[in-house]
Design a protein around this ligand. Structure first.
Ligand code: C5P
Length: 413
């Protein structure tokens, strides 16, 4: 593969120091950065540190005649495969969304013919301001890729959305971009994945849920994306950020998850990783149920729709490969095989979630490792204990092998 190159525009925000870490992280992954540092960015970090880490000149001013003679801003804007703006300040986003070009960074952003990825970083109020949200929408409509921001404590002492995504997460998005450019075995295939728990409300503060971190489903979504698939991830509430280049639909309840899954069809493959609550409270009150008034002595429940079963048994437009997960605490294979037949799916990925199982690091639920048994019509295959990301990679490869063949359907918009 030829060398992958990005043009990194570092804006003026306290997160600028993280951009230096990003240069190093990308270089570790074989991606070279050429840097433009805005005037405001140079208040936070020096051109010399950016130049030292990137191993190249750091460009700062539009009317630096020497730079213009060596490499004009038009050429600079086209010298990389991808332009990354990190930190992307409210000002840089506003300028780009509106086509301003009054310094090197904005001129380059207007002149580039390459995709642009923004990693926004700003105070939570600036992020939430309608003007910034309008600019964000304009940038996304113009085809920009957006990574983050994340929620958390800010340098200004406030809390909320506005922290720049971590350098590793931005580097992941850059890598995912380059992977999508290469021909993966799942190119042109659409995969639907459900992940996380569902929350079934009882009153405004209480809900029924299952234990699920969403880690296995998200890892699978990323592994399939890395093989070139168009992935739609329908997820219940989790603490995980939306993965890059994956259409992520956030839902709360089983009924919403079913509706979002049906909307996402057609798909070549559908994988049901979510820990869906089998039941929901039969009534949901608008007011908190008070202990003093007799409160909650019992909860009447209604059965939720079974999403895996509904999609496995579709008479028309059923995805070619439907995969369910089965968390069991005893007779894993026996129960899982019965479940495969009962639900009508093609494969079941079964795991033992009993306490004290063979998985280290605190068990399967919420942990980073998993030991699964893959059950297909051809029998069962026990995989040893491994990281969830590795389970995802192997499963994605198996799916690619099975789905190999002509392009069937496109992701629904
Ligand atoms: O029946 P059980 O809940 O054990 O089945 C687990 C499998 O079924 C998982 O793949 C899960 O995502 C899926 N499921 C579903 N909708 C439900 C219950 C489970 O899609 N209501």
């Amino acid at each position: 593969m030829s060398e992958r190159k990005i043009l990194l525009i570092i804006g003026g925000g306290v997160a600028a120091y993280k951009a230096l870490e990003l240069i190093r992280e990308l270089s570790r992954r074989g991606v070279r950065s050429r840097v433009i540092l805005t005037k405001a960015g140079a208040e936070f970090i020096t051109p010399l540190s950016a130049a030292s880490l990137s191993g190249d000149k750091c460009y700062t001013e539009l009317f630096d005649l020497t730079s213009e003679a060596e490499m004009g801003h038009i050429e600079l804007s086209r010298s990389a495969d991808l332009v990354v703006v990190a930190p992307a300040t409210a000002d840089l986003m506003a300028k780009t969304a509106n086509g301003f070009a009054n310094d090197l960074a904005s001129t380059t952003l207007l002149a580039t013919d390459k995709p642009v990825m923004f990693a926004p970083a700003m105070n939570v109020r600036m992020w939430n301001h309608p003007a910034t949200q309008r600019n964000l929408k304009t940038l996304a409509d113009d085809g920009a890729l957006i990574v983050g921001p994340e929620k958390g404590d800010m340098a200004c002492g406030e809390f909320g959305y506005g922290r720049m995504a971590e350098p590793a997460a931005i580097a992941d998005a850059v890598e995912a971009y380059f992977m999508r450019e290469t021909e993966g075995p799942l190119k042109g295939k659409h995969v639907l994945i459900t992940a996380g728990p569902t929350h079934e409300a009882m009153d405004p503060v209480r809900y029924i849920a299952n234990r699920s971190s969403g880690k296995q489903g998200y890892a699978l979504a990323e592994a399939l994306r890395n093989l070139g698939a168009d992935v739609t991830l329908v997820t219940g509430p989790t603490n995980l950020p939306d993965p890059a280049f994956i259409k992520t639909v956030r839902v709360e309840t089983a009924r919403e998850m079913l509706a979002a899954s049906e909307t996402a069809l057609p798909a070549d493959c559908a994988i049901f990783c979510a820990a869906v609550s089998d039941y929901r409270p039969s009534t949901e009150t608008n007011q908190k149920i008070k202990k003093e008034r007799g409160g909650l002595t019992s909860i009447e429940v209604t059965e939720n729709p079974d999403i895996l079963k509904a999609i496995s048994q579709m008479s028309e437009g059923r995805p070619r490969l439907v995969i369910g997960f089965a968390a069991e605490t005893q007779d894993v294979v026996c129960y899982a095989e019965a479940k495969r037949k009962r639900k009508g799916c093609d494969w079941i990925v079964a795991n033992d979630v009993s306490p004290g199982d063979n998985v280290v690091s605190g068990g399967v639920m919420g942990g980073d490792r998993n030991a699964v048994i893959l059950i297909t019509e051809n029998g069962e295959e026990a995989w040893p204990d491994m990281p969830k990301t590795e389970v995802a990679r192997r499963l994605a490869e198996r799916i690619a092998k099975t789905l190999g063949g002509p392009h069937l359907v496109k992701a629904a918009e």
